[in-house]
Design a protein around this ligand. Structure first.
Ligand code: CO8
Length: 261
């Protein structure tokens, strides 16, 4: 089978079990157009069904992770059209991907770019990363999670200030507020993200998927319901080979060889 070719993204395999997806519209600072998202979704669908893929890294360029939804694509649209076609609803497909995605953010992550990073499971930032939800300056508001995921991540008062003023915030602020897990050395964000994804890809896939499902349940459910989901996920792992393999390897002081079953 030949690998699909894309116009707006680049695909590579920088470490065992890791797919690196690079947003590649350099002239538009990786503005997120509908075709770009169609390609990103297709690449994730392939990664979802490819058993050799354990985790994905999503990145942009040094200058821009993504400077937002493509304003030029949106500017002349009318209400009836965006409403009837559920414009940009296909963005949320990223959140249906069940393997971990690590976002490696350098430069601008604005508007839909910030929202796309927040759809990922882990965000690592270069010191040059600039985050923001500037939609208010365009006469609109965030439409792909900026009012919701940002509020969950950094709290109401900060999210309100960001969303209502449209002012950007730094990688350092993003780390201090818990939006990103850490700021890494300049120039190393993709390598660091590949390292994290590579570590994840070495674990048993069923446990990894269960862990992601469990943490995500914390965003949707009450504490009791979330704990219930967690216990069910935990119990079900006792039906896997990998639980037997992992615990036996520990007891025998060996390295586990996961079967992903
Ligand atoms: N859309 C389209 N083109 C863009 C975008 C964008 N978001 N951002 C940059 N570009 C283009 C510029 O138009 C320019 O093109 P050209 O060379 O043809 O003029 C090229 O990229 C380079 O940009 P600049 O010359 O502006 O570069 P600077 O370094 O001077 O500035 C900035 C960089 C500050 C990032 C600036 O480009 C900027 O402010 N961009 C717009 C940021 C923004 O407002 N983003 C939010 C967009 S709205 C949004 O994301 C809503 C999401 C809703 C999702 C809904 C799902 C249901």
């Amino acid at each position: 089978t030949t690998a699909p070719t894309y116009d707006n993204i680049l695909l590579s395999n920088p470490a065992p079990g890791v797919t690196l997806i690079t947003l590649n519209r350099p002239k538009a600072l990786n503005a997120l157009s509908s075709p770009l998202f169609t390609e990103l979704n297709a690449a994730l669908r392939d990664a979802a069904t490819d058993d050799s893929v354990g985790a994905v890294v999503l990145t942009g360029s040094d200058k821009a992770f993504a400077a937002g939804a493509d304003i030029k694509e949106m500017m002349n649209k009318e209400f009836a059209e965006v409403y009837k076609s559920d414009f940009l609803a296909h963005w949320t497909e990223v959140t249906k991907f069940r393997k971990p995605i690590v976002a490696a953010v350098s430069g601008y992550a604005l508007g839909g770019g910030c929202e796309l990073a927040m759809m990922c499971d882990i965000i690592l930032a270069s010191p040059t990363a600039v985050f923001g939800q500037p939609e208010i300056n365009l006469g609109v508001i965030p439409g792909a999670g900026g009012t919701q995921r940002l509020t969950h991540a950094i709290g109401k008062s900060r999210a309100m200030e960001i969303v209502l003023t449209g002012k950007n915030f730094s990688a350092q602020d993003a780390a201090a507020w818990g939006l990103v897990s850490r700021v890494v050395e300049e120039g190393s964000v993709v390598d660091e993200a590949v390292k994290v994804a590579g570590q994840i890809a070495k674990k048993g896939r069923v446990a990894v998927q269960s862990a992601k499902e469990g943490v995500n349940a914390a965003y949707e459910l009450s504490l009791n319901e979330g704990l219930h989901v967690e216990r069910r996920l935990f119990h079900q792992l006792f039906a896997t080979n990998d639980q037997k393999i992992g615990m036996k390897a520990f007891a025998e002081k060996k390295k586990p060889e996961w079967t992903h079953k």
